[in-house]
Design a protein around this ligand. Structure first.
Ligand SMILES: Cc1cc2nc3c(=O)[nH]c(=O)nc-3n(C[C@H](O)[C@H](O)[C@H](O)COP(=O)(O)OP(=O)(O)OC[C@H]3O[C@@H](n4cnc5c(N)ncnc54)[C@H](O)[C@@H]3O)c2cc1C
Length: 337
């Protein structure tokens, strides 16, 4: 059943740890809860708040926050090799990865320790260490708030791309994801080609599911701040995409600058926002209660007591500094409310 909170403090529901209030927050478990909510209450201003790891509140929220809390997990099909699992949106993503590793199921182990609800995972197609949620997700089941019905969207119709999906565009403000179906496999398929993963896995005795999960958890813990200790939302900025001629000109001045191809585009290049911020001299920068993380310049942190506006002021300063030094615009990846 759904649970309604009024005048709720959001400090425990956003990983930046900012103290904003919401006039209403509704926890929903099922499509029936949502149908009732959108028929009876008809909210005009609403936002789906999962676990709040990619949301920054800059003011009190005067609409309705909707949080899916269903935590069901069910094996739909198992042919001995391929296993199809349906998981509800309120399940914790990393608990799902831990479960798959315990079951001996391959497919999402490289996505260990990403703080997310399962329902948010398809929204930005979470990814890390050479894997993306879209590699395992086969179906996204959502409640359509216009038609008041449940829709099953297949992977090919989700417009998945790097940190992108249809849920950030055409279905933004329409779809509330209730469950995700994933295809996992019993056949080992280690994906170790990214960063220090192979070294860390070998140090643990080879490419078992548990060793890969442990290695990735350890690498992440050594590089990224834990939001429970230091408020943050992971990468605050998107990696900018620039024209090839812009990249060429920058490479003449900074030959060591990292650059990545953009799929299906020969005249565009992706740059590393973290590298640009670092080279603009801002890694470890601190201004009062906010700062740029000392080990990962893409991450903005709340040293304690920061407001959303403090974070926004810092992010504007970082964008301006990168623009001034490199002539490149960077923009936030985080959802700002
Ligand atoms: C320390 C740290 C490390 C991170 N590392 C990574 C990483 O390696 N890779 C990566 O990709 N991301 C990373 N992130 C970002 C974060 O993990 C993802 O964005 C994650 O999906 C957020 O999940 P959430 O439930 O907390 O989302 P929220 O912040 O609650 O919501 C994020 C967005 O999804 C929407 N949404 C949430 N639930 C639903 C739903 N059920 N239906 C429809 N829309 C919904 C929200 O409206 C919002 O637009 C990191 C964040 C942190 C704090």
């Amino acid at each position: 059943m759904k649970r309604i909170y009024h005048n709720i403090n959001l400090v425990e529901r956003n990983s930046f740890g900012v103290r904003q209030m919401a006039s209403t927050l509704v926890e929903v478990e099922s499509a029936d809860d949502l149908r009732q909510l959108f028929t009876e209450e008809r909210p005009t201003k609403w936002y789906v708040l999962g676990a709040g790891n990619n949301t920054l509140f800059t003011k009190d929220y005067d609409g309705m926050l909707i949080t899916p809390v269903g935590r069901g997990i069910e094996i739909l099909d198992d042919d001995g090799e391929r296993v199809v699992v349906r998981v509800e949106a309120g399940y914790d993503w990393d608990e799902l990865v831990a479960w798959s590793v315990e079951q001996g199921l391959w497919g999402i182990e490289n996505l260990s320790a990403i703080p997310s609800s399962v329902g948010a995972a398809p929204v930005q197609n979470i990814g890390a260490y050479g894997a993306e949620a879209k590699d395992a997700i086969t179906v996204v089941e959502y409640f359509d708030t216009n038609k008041l019905e449940v829709v099953r969207l297949e992977n090919k119709d989700c417009s998945f791309a790097y940190r992108e999906s249809v849920f950030k565009h055409e279905l933004k403000g329409v779809a509330i994801i209730l469950a995700v179906e994933l295809e996992l496999h019993r056949t080992a398929k280690p994906n170790l080609g990214y960063g220090d993963v192979i070294k860390e896995v070998e140090a643990r005795g080879g490419a078992t599911l548990k060793n890969i999960r442990d290695a990735i958890c350890a690498i992440r813990a050594s590089k990224l701040p834990d939001p429970k200790v230091l408020g943050n939302a992971g990468s605050f900025f998107k990696n900018p995409i620039v024209g090839a001629e812009v990249a060429e000109a920058l490479l003449k001045e900074y030959p060591e600058m990292p650059k990545y191809p953009v799929p299906n585009s020969s005249d565009k290049v992706k740059l590393a926002a973290g590298w640009l911020i670092d080279k603009a001299g801002l890694k470890g920068y601190r201004s009062g209660s906010v700062g740029v993380h000392e080990r990962q310049a893409l991450v903005l942190v709340n040293h304690g007591g920061a407001t959303g506006d403090d974070v926004i002021r810092l992010s504007k300063m970082v964008c301006d500094a990168v623009k001034e030094k490199f002539g490149v615009e960077i923009s936030p990846e985080v959802n700002i409310l």
